[in-house]
Design a protein around this ligand. Structure first.
Ligand SMILES: Nc1ncnc2c1ncn2[C@@H]1O[C@H](COP(=O)(O)OP(=O)(O)O)[C@@H](O)[C@H]1O
Ligand SMILES: [Mg+2]
Length: 248
């Protein structure tokens, strides 16, 4: 699809794990303010794609450009890039021995060089935004999974990222906690955050995504508006996938 103002661009990206061709000539452009939902069967390369976008994973060939800048190889420039493209994982990865507030402030101090008072002020703002203002001084284990994931989102936002990548952010949550996390993500989308979201939550894809990217076997098979994709998938792979997840 034609994208007016590209923020994330992948061109001809390839990666193998041994003999497995896990990313096969991936071309994908995410525009500023766009929400792209990535779906596809397990093992199709969705996580690898996300990890490639902020260089947690090396690729063998092709170009990855973030806001006009080629992805740096290493060093300070890479650390800066990682701060600009935040990532939220299925497992929240909070520091167990630090308070919620300290978890959100830590990278602001270490990576962004903010003073503690300024970082804590910003953290409290963000915790308020994700509905957790009252929990700032608790430890992660005192929170539910949904609350911990919202802390992880606040922590990612604290870097003032240009884009956020979400890799199955609700897959580890009990069903009753999924919506509180999706609600925060919907709000971010509404506010114009650029987001790439790997998820099995088709309701979120339909209501919040500008585009749905369907992956299978390391390739992007479809890249379309949600309504078109869900009502008339073009590929046999997508039809098969949708019939499995929509009827279970
Ligand atoms: N570090 C790794 N080493 C070897 N194979 C891997 C590694 N990470 C993922 N894979 C394989 O690459 C394929 C794609 O994995 P992944 O990107 O995690 O898919 P998805 O997120 O769509 O389930 C799978 O077959 C997986 O087993
Ligand atoms: Mg995955």
């Amino acid at each position: 699809m034609a994208v007016v103002d590209p923020l994330i661009e992948l061109r001809g990206v390839n990666k193998h794990y041994g003999t497995l061709h896990v990313l096969q000539s991936i071309d994908l452009t995410v525009g500023r303010g766009e929400v792209v939902v990535v779906i596809g069967p397990s093992g199709s390369g969705k996580s690898t794609l996300c990890r490639a976008m902020n260089r947690l994973e090396r690729v063998e060939s092709g170009e990855i450009v973030i806001d006009g800048q080629p992805l740096p190889e290493e060093g300070k420039a890479l650390a800066r890039l990682r701060a600009e493209v935040g990532m939220v994982f299925q497992s929240f990865n909070l520091f167990a021995h630090k308070t919620v507030l300290a978890n959100v402030s830590l990278a602001q101090i270490k990576v962004r060089g903010r003073g503690k008072a300024e970082a804590d002020r910003r953290s409290r703002e963000l915790l308020d935004r994700v509905g957790l203002a009252a929990h700032a001084d608790k430890y992660p284990a005192q929170l539910s999974g949904g609350q911990q994931q919202r802390v992880a989102i606040a922590r990612a936002l604290a870097m003032d990222p240009k884009a956020l990548l979400f890799d199955e952010p609700t897959s580890a949550l009990d069903p009753e906690m999924i919506n509180e996390v999706l609600e925060v993500m919907r709000q971010l989308a509404h506010e114009g955050m650029t987001m790439v979201v790997v998820t099995h939550e088709m309701g979120f894809a339909r209501s919040a995504a500008n585009r749905v990217v369907f992956m299978a076997d390391g390739r992007i098979v479809e890249d379309r508006a949600p309504e078109d994709f869900f009502t008339a998938p073009r590929s046999e792979r997508a039809r098969d996938f949708l019939s499995k997840i929509l009827t279970h």
